[in-house]
Design a protein around this ligand. Structure first.
Ligand code: DC
Length: 222
């Protein structure tokens, strides 16, 4: 039963920095960390390898059910192969957003996501952590930033990794992904009613982490 274990759900749009904030908050609390976006990225990667079209809802879900996905020391393994770098590309981010619209796939990934919830607690980041996967979460954060700030962060990240980057096309991709993630019928990206809105345009990573931790301390003191 995950209800007895504290969960901090951090949802928000692509490139908002929620992954970094969630991981650091988890480290500070000694909690486990679930990067749910990575699961959709793995599915995009695995289906592409098997030539399964991303718009084929049933085939994508069937493929996902047969996958062995493991997280070890911050790396992601698919059938024992480390695919951490392969899934972090812009193409797999786009693919993840496309496979993620399918309700059968989302249903197939629920149990795996719940299995991350272990004592002493969990910080989970994604799009539907507070709304669908952990609706009883102790604390829900909706972490966001303007599209321009997010595009610039992603641009700097790619440049930092010596990868080719074009600000305009990153901005367009983000707008496209936001529209798809918010507009889909199944578990769309929306702010949970009882979530705390965390706008990070003018915050550093550590300031954002502190806001999460302060909100959590307030919740558990009540
Ligand atoms: O967080 P990310 O950029 O790695 O996520 C990639 C895509 O996966 C995102 O555009 C939408 C999808 N996703 C989702 O639908 N639900 C989640 N909980 C996490 C990610």
């Amino acid at each position: 039963m995950y209800n007895a274990i504290p969960v901090i759900a951090i949802d928000g749009p692509s490139a908002s920095g929620k992954g970094t904030v969630a991981q650091l908050a988890a480290d500070a609390l000694g909690f486990a960390y679930l990067d749910s976006g990575a699961l959709y990225r793995v599915v995009a990667f695995a289906t592409q390898q098997k030539n399964i079209a991303w718009d084929n809802a049933e085939a994508v879900a069937e493929c996902a059910k047969a996958l062995s996905i493991q997280f070890k020391n911050g790396q992601i393994y698919l059938n024992n192969a480390d695919i951490s770098d392969e899934i972090r590309t812009e193409a797999m981010g786009k693919g993840a957003s496309q496979v993620a619209i399918h309700a059968p796939l989302r249903a197939a990934l629920v149990e795996l996501q719940h299995s991350f919830c272990k004592p002493p607690g969990l910080v989970a980041d994604g799009r539907d952590m507070g709304t669908v996967i952990f609706p009883e979460a102790e604390l829900k954060i909706f972490l966001t930033a303007s599209t321009e700030v997010r595009a610039n962060r992603r641009y700097q990240q790619l440049i930092g990794k010596n990868q080719a980057a074009n600000y305009e096309s990153i901005l367009l991709d983000l707008q496209e992904r936001d529209a798809r993630d918010k507009g889909r019928a199944s578990a769309p990206l929306i702010m949970a009613k009882n979530a705390v809105l965390l706008e990070t345009d003018h915050l550093t990573i550590s300031e954002a982490v502190n806001v999460v931790l302060q909100n959590y301390q307030q919740k558990i003191r009540k």
